[in-house]
Design a protein around this ligand. Structure first.
Ligand code: SAH
Ligand code: SF4
Length: 367
C-alpha cells in the first residue's frame, strides 16, 4: 500500500524520504509543497527531480478525505461532509468573520462521551480519525481558497477542535495534527489560534500539557456535579472540582496568563436559571476564565429547547455583573445544520453497529 504523506510530520517525512535513498533536505521541499501550496501531485513539485517524482508516485500518495458534500449557509458559513471510508463520514465547518476564518475540525467519527444535548454523541461512536484525516481537513479547507495556494489571500486563520468527537480520546493523532497546524513549515498558526475543546478527561488534560501549550476550552455546561452528571456523563468519573484543578495545572504549565474559555450551553429550564448563573459565578472564582454561552441548537430527536433571548440575556448579565467576560456564541450555519452539536456526518441508518460500538467504548471511557 502506498504511504500517505499527508499524515507525516517533518521528522517522519524525513525518515521516509531518506529511506528512498534521497537527501534529507528534499523532505522539507515536499512538506512545503503539500502543506503550504496544497499540491497532491508529485509531478507538479517542480523543484524535485523527475526521478524522485517517479519514485514518489510509485511508493507514496497525498490522500485527503474525500468531499462528498459541500454547502454554503446564507451567513457565509461553509459545511463539508467528508468520506473517510467504510461508510464513515465526518463534518467540518468554516466560519468566516471579518478578517478571520475559523475552521471547526472533527477528531472522531461520532463520539462515545454521549452528552445528552449533542447530536454527535447521539449518533454513537465508530472510530478515531488518523492524523492524515485530521490535518487533511485543514488541507481541504485551505485548498477551497484555490490551488496553488496564495498566501496573500484570506485563508484559515484559526482552528478549533470542536467538530465531531472528543479530541482527547484520540490523543496522539489530535496532538500530532495540532503540532502540524502550528508548524511554520506547514500551516504556521500561533498557539493561541489552535484550540482544543474537551468535555473534561482529567488525566488527558494533564498529559496534554506535556506535549502542547495550545489554547484549551472546557465544555462545562453545568454549575454543579448533580446536573453535570446528567448532561456530560464523563463527569461521574471526573467531577467538576478535579476538572477545574486540572485546568489550573494546564494554564500554570503553559506559563502564560491566558484566560481559559469555559463553554456553557444554555438549555431552556435545564441549566439556565438565575440560580445556575449565580452558582456558576462562585464555582469559577478559582479560575481565570472567560465564559462563552452557547444557546442550545436543536436537532431531530432531542427534547431540549433553546431558552428565550430574555433568559439568555439575564444569564449573561449575571455573569458580567460578577466580573466575567461573557460572550454569547452567535449561531452560524443553522440553515445547513452546521451549528455546534448538529454535526452528525450525514450518517445513514446503522443503529445496530452504533449501539454495539457505543456500549463497548462507553465501558472503556467510563471505567
Ligand atoms: N467533544 C468536545 C469538542 C466537540 S463538541 C467537547 O465536548 O468539548 C464542541 C462544542 O459544541 C462543545 O462545547 C459542545 O458542548 C457544543 N455542543 C454540543 N451539542 C450542542 C448543541 N446541541 N447545541 C449547542 N452546542 C452544542
Ligand atoms: Fe462528544 Fe463533545 Fe458531543 Fe459531548 S459535546 S458527545 S464530548 S462531541
Amino acid at each position: 500500500m502506498k504511504q500517505n504523506l499527508l499524515g507525516m510530520n517533518q521528522n517522519n517525512l524525513k525518515s521516509f524520504i531518506t529511506s528512498l535513498g534521497e537527501k534529507a533536505f528534499r523532505s522539507k521541499q515536499i512538506y512545503q509543497w503539500i502543506h503550504q501550496k496544497g499540491i497532491d501531485d508529485f509531478y507538479k513539485m517542480t523543484n524535485i527531480s523527475k526521478e524522485l517524482q517517479f519514485k514518489l508516485s510509485e511508493t507514496a500518495e497525498i490522500r485527503a478525505p474525500k468531499i462528498v458534500f459541500e454547502k454554503d449557509s446564507q451567513d457565509g458559513t461553509r459545511k463539508w461532509v467528508l468520506n473517510v471510508g467504510n461508510n464513515d463520514f465526518v463534518e467540518m465547518v468554516l466560519i468566516p468573520e471579518g478578517n478571520r476564518a475559523t475552521l471547526c475540525v472533527s477528531s472522531q467519527v461520532g463520539c462515545a462521551v454521549d452528552c445528552s444535548f449533542c447530536a454527535t454523541g447521539k449518533q454513537g461512536f465508530s472510530r478515531n480519525l488518523d492524523l492524515a484525516e485530521i490535518i487533511g481537513q485543514v488541507w481541504v479547507a485551505e485548498n477551497s481558497f484555490g490551488v496553488p495556494r496564495d498566501h496573500a489571500q484570506k485563508r484559515v486563520t484559526n482552528v478549533v477542535m470542536m467538530g465531531m468527537g472528543e479530541p482527547l480520546l484520540n490523543f496522539d493523532a489530535v496532538t500530532g495534527a495540532m503540532e502540524m497546524m502550528m508548524d511554520d513549515q506547514a500551516y504556521g498558526l500561533s498557539k493561541r489560534k489552535v484550540t482544543l475543546s474537551t468535555s473534561g478527561l482529567v488525566p488527558l488534560i494533564d498529559k496534554l500539557s506535556d506535549v502542547t501549550d495550545a489554547a484549551l476550552t472546557i465544555s462545562l455546561h453545568a454549575p454543579n456535579d448533580i446536573l453535570r452528571n446528567e448532561l456530560v456523563p464523563i463527569n461521574k468519573k471526573y467531577p467538576i472540582a478535579q476538572l477545574l484543578d486540572s485546568v489550573i495545572r494546564y494554564v500554570e504549565k503553559c506559563g502564560d496568563k491566558r484566560k481559559t474559555t469555559i463553554e456553557y450551553i444554555l438549555i431552556n429550564k435545564v441549566n439556565d436559571s438565575i440560580d445556575h448563573a449565580t452558582e456558576l459565578c462562585s464555582l469559577l472564582k478559582i479560575l481565570p476564565c472567560k465564559i462563552n454561552l452557547i444557546p442550545f441548537n436543536p436537532f431531530p430527536g432531542s427534547n431540549y429547547k433553546r431558552p428565550s433571548s430574555m433568559r439568555i440575556q439575564t444569564f449573561k448579565k449575571i455573569l458580567q455583573q460578577n466580573g466575567y467576560i461573557t460572550t454569547i456564541r452567535t449561531t452560524r450555519g443553522e440553515d445547513i445544520m452546521a451549528a455546534c452539536g448538529q454535526l452528525v456526518g450525514q450518517v445513514n441508518d446503522r443503529t445496530r453497529k452504533r449501539e454495539r460500538a457505543q456500549k463497548k467504548i462507553q465501558a472503556k471511557v467510563i471505567n
